[in-house]
Design a protein around this ligand. Sequence first.
Ligand code: G6P
Length: 612
Amino acid sequence: MCGIVGAIARRNVADILLEGLKRLEYRGYDSAGMSLIDGPDGEIVTIKTVGKVARLAAAASDEGASGRLGIAHTRWATHGKITRANAHPHESGGRLSLVHNGIIENHEELRRQLRSKGYEFTTDTDTEVIAHLIHQELSGDEGASLLDAVSRALGKLRGAYGLCVIDRRQPDRIVAARNGMSLVVGAGIGENFVASDTPALGQVTDRFLYLEDGDLAELTSDSIRIVNQGREIEREIATLSGKVSDMDKGSYQHFMQKEIFEQPRAIRDTLSGRVSGERALEEAFGVDAGEIFDQVRQVQIVACGTSFHAGLVAKYWLESIARMPCQIDIASDYRYRDIIVQPGTLFVAVSQSGETADTLAALRYANGLEHTATLAICNVATSSLVRESDFCVLTMAGQEIGVASTKAFTTQLTLLLVLAIVLGRRNGLSSEDEARLVRDMNRLPALVEKTLGLDRQIRKLSRQFSDKHHSLYLGRGIQYPVAKEGALKLKEISYIHAEAYPAGELKHGPLALVDSDMPVIVVAPNNDLLDKLRSNLSEVSARGGKLYVFADESIGLENDRNHKVIKLPGCPEVLDPILFTIPLQLLAYHVAVIKGTDIDHPRNLAKSVTVE
Ligand code: G6P
């Protein structure tokens, strides 16, 4: 995922920009660049390199680059190959330089229009059209401020962007704009900054102003002006001195707890640049993704542990949304099976760490197959899985420290749903259905936030579990993998034996275990299988079993002698697996707190299993 840093000061900002880019390396990138302007009569100096920020830093030092105004970028290729030319910043007419995160959907049409007006294109990127559009606005109206020119140019764009632009003829300002991609302004004293994320500016300021969609910001060294739809806007400056970093628990008792509560942010970041208002953006999977997706006839998912459960959920989405056959295997089994691989298989390796030995071995095997493209869905940009797969898409969960995976799981699900939509588009999914699904996905962070509001209620409930030795988790259809993930969480950190069953299988065995000492946890969304699930609940009650039902509030299930009901906010059906996971994470966590286990480092387990 691309990263942006900009700075305007009374000192040389080159090192501030480079340090900012280094701090954004975790987002993943393949090339880097920066533009600087030094003083009122300065030229634009642009330096770009393919590869690491360290290379850019070396090139900048060789050139003795310096400037009091600058913008910088790390690029994760979407439109156009990984080349120096395609790296940002992009210039127009020798006076403008621009960096951009996101995807411009109507870039081809704009490119044609700009070409007809004499603009020459030197890159394959969608971004270059923005630079030329702004240049066109400035050339047509020499008195126009950079902010006004940017505002007019943005009116012609369709898509998502976070961008920063500088103009040699107005060298006292940076203009930044946000629509669908995160962008923050950092306030200094006699200097101001902008970046795609706060960590990029941690070395220069702890005061931040979060831009919102539609915001345009004009930064000088002494002022920050925000305009939205032509009106001046005041945005509050927040001081993040006590900011919790990934490595710091902050006010939370455990990393796992912190990571559970980070999920709205993690999902929002993961959606950013992967969906726009009504479309899933396949470009987010990389430059060649569209061509690869065109060849896909079926999907093979391989993963371990929690990531395997994400794959199990995805199978349902791939079948129902993409109408595509999907096979899912545990990596340690896949590598030793006599697999039959059909031509046109998309191999998807799902992993938080990208270093799990079995998942890597399965990927390496798949890399050797003909007619199979390999896609990594991973949380670590620098991992072996990302480096060795044909293409990849990163979950933006941020570092996950608790051994029991939480935010990595829900962000994997988020991307797997995007994948189902982009494959579905080739297989009969209508643009209306796509738009509806994407609108639903955009509600996800807020719905997760609301679901986290059940925390107190679940903490109270957890007291009824802490003396138990066994538990049964039930779900039907797509909720069965959710039940499996809930059971895994409980056993990993509380050491209570937990087993998950598809609810329809109850009477084929596990019913024999049900008695008053065996809590039965059920996930009950409001879907087609609800009536069948109700019958399964009756089967448990009739045998004296104690039921704990996590139910969609709309199904009208109330507490009684046999049921304890925890109501979840109603949500679009496609989001059920993600939302119903949250209370199960909280339940496991609170039971483990009562039991006093080592929650972040449960006995015998490792965060990343790099041996077979
Ligand atoms: C270990 C971790 C789990 C994780 C699994 C797969 O068992 O404890 O939390 O789900 O490995 O790891 P991966 O990094 O490939 O997702």
